[in-house]
Design a protein. Structure first.
Length: 133
């Protein structure tokens, strides 16, 4: 709601949102998923940084921003990075990772080709509406 993204697919525990309704897509994509992996609290920031620059399909990731965030009473980190995509195109990666009190985390990732400057704000708008069910 409020963006051009629409639910496209549910795949391996992840909700995929795209503009064109297709997967795979060359257009921007936003993915929401949940993991049961346990991460020690002292490692939250390091984990968020490594997760951001080591996304599948991205190489040579460089973190541009990383800061704390709290959504729906869950603490975590929001970050932006640039990386080379599968076709050598520079891509923007927007990531929010929220850690659950008893272990595991929620992950939201937006991905768009560089040069689409409005997407960090659009991805943020989507992420800020996060609510657990």
């Amino acid at each position: 709601e409020g963006t051009e993204f629409k639910f496209t697919n549910y795949l391996s525990g992840s909700y995929l949102y795209t503009i064109d309704g297709k997967t795979p897509t060359e257009n921007p994509i936003f993915i929401v998923s949940k993991s049961i992996d346990y991460v020690q609290q002292s490692q939250y920031m390091k984990f968020a940084e490594e997760r951001l620059i080591n996304l599948p399909g991205c190489v040579m990731g460089v973190i541009k921003t990383m800061k704390p965030i709290t959504l729906d009473s869950l603490s975590g980190f929001v970050g932006e990075a640039e990386c080379k995509g599968e076709k050598g195109v520079t891509e923007l990666i927007y990531q929010v990772i929220l850690f659950r009190e008893w272990g595991g985390y929620y992950l939201m990732v937006g991905k768009a080709k560089m040069g689409t400057e409005s997407y960090p704000e659009i991805f943020q708008k989507i992420a800020l509406r996060f609510k657990r069910r």
